[in-house]
Unconditional design. Structure first.
Lengths: 86, 319
């Protein structure tokens, strides 16, 4: 199972837990599964189109990736708000 | 005691005070987040606020006490798997029955709540309107910013959208039709179709004491309708400019309305660098500037202040 790591408000809305194991083949599937498991998280990472919100960054093992990126069972997925501006 | 809810790009500020005296900031909520709109529903006492987080998307929150815990309202989302996402909630307006509340947003969407704002559903008739594919956004997006109930009749509603005109329903939102006759958009060619809906509505209000009367600030033109939004008459003569955004009506007087003209769409500043409210007391036949320079005394002075993401208004002129 891939490990999704959350911080801040996302962690709070996922039961206060920062680490969540999910069964998924892609980043998008992992995040959808996470939002399904924690309804209070629904719409906070993915929009209605299933896209990662514009100012959310998702990293797989330290590399920034998008919804369609494949994930393996031992991958780590970090979900972070983007750093924007100066 | 008067309560003011002030939505800003840096959060919601709740002020309390007496009219004419200094107001005190009682609390600040949603620190660091844009609060597009906030209102206290006079029926329930509940405060509703729309917050568009740059990171987590648009949400509506509610609280009985804005200094306490806020809960996220359910259901404010577009259908999953489509081509569009909810960008912003622009306004929240109480309906005419006890529990109904409306919310308008971008991309041109209306949500309804029938439990006082705790849970919401998309108005499907407007969302699935047959000509929706031709809808074009204005500079601020495809925003449904004005929702205008009819006092005492929950089935009648008027909407103002930028930039797709005025929409009317008489069956509680089951069907919608235009109310655009008489609106003249100068930003379109002279030979544009008379029934174009590329109409950039900036603000829309109804006169509660005469519900068939509406005032509207257009993208070039201030208009009045005396037939519930079916037809419109330009009433901008006498204003220094017919461009602007803020508009309010006097709830006690259907002939009185207030606007703040800006120089033009290409120069969005107040004329002569002075913020002046223009008042009509004869339904738009004449306009009179009001503002600090025009105050005769403290009882004949009006003021409205506006921001890019909301409008705050206050007046001492009509007691």
């Amino acid at each position: 199972m891939a490990l999704v790591k959350l911080r801040g408000p996302l962690k709070e809305r996922a039961g206060g837990e920062s680490e969540h194991s999910v069964n998924a083949a892609t980043v998008g599937e992992a995040l959808r599964e996470l939002e399904r498991s924690w309804p209070a998280l629904g719409g906070w990472i993915l929009d209605e189109r299933g896209r990662i919100r514009r100012h959310i960054n998702v990293f797989v093992n330290g590399e920034q990736e998008r919804e369609g990126t494949a994930v393996a069972s031992d991958d780590r997925i970090d979900v972070l708000p983007a750093i924007s501006g100066g | 005691m008067t309560e003011l809810l002030v939505g800003t790009k840096k959060g919601l500020f709740v002020l309390e005070g007496e009219p004419g005296a200094e107001y005190e900031v009682k609390t600040r909520a949603f620190a660091g987040q844009p609060v597009e709109y906030a209102m206290r529903d006079p029926r329930s006492g509940r405060v509703l606020a729309t917050v568009t987080s740059a990171f987590y998307g648009p949400k509506v929150w509610y609280a009985d006490d804005p200094s306490g815990e806020w809960e996220q309202a359910d259901g404010l989302a577009l259908p999953e798997g489509g081509d569009e996402a909810l960008e912003r909630i622009w306004t929240i307006v109480p309906g005419e029955d006890d529990e109904t509340v409306y919310a308008g947003g971008d991309p041109g969407v209306l949500f309804e709540s029938h439990d006082g704002g705790l849970s919401w559903e998309l108005n499907r008739a407007l969302w699935e309107h047959r000509i929706r594919e031709s809808w074009e956004p204005g500079g601020g997006g495809l925003c449904l910013h004005s929702i205008v109930p009819w006092p005492g009749d929950p089935d009648r509603l008027a909407l103002g959208l930028s930039a797709v005109g005025i929409w009317l329903t008489e069956d509680g939102g089951k069907t919608w039709r235009h109310g655009n006759d008489g609106i003249r958009p100068r930003y379109l060619p002279d030979d544009a179709p008379a029934d174009t809906i590329q109409l950039c509505i900036h603000n829309l209000h109804r006169a509660p004491k005469r519900p068939e009367r509406l005032f509207m600030q257009f993208h070039g033109g201030v208009y009045r309708s005396d037939d519930a939004g079916e037809t419109w008459t330009d009433i901008s003569a006498g204003l220094p400019s017919d461009f602007g955004f803020p508009l309010v009506v006097d709830p006690a007087d259907p002939d009185s309305a207030y606007v703040i003209p800006l120089v033009a769409d290409m120069d969005r500043v107040t004329p002569d660098g002075r913020v002046r409210v223009y008042e009509t007391r004869d339904a738009g036949a004449t306009w009179t500037p009001r503002g600090q320079k025009q105050c005769e005394d403290e009882h004949h002075c009006a003021g409205i202040s506006a921001s890019r993401i909301g409008v705050t208004h206050a007046s001492l002129s009509r007691s």
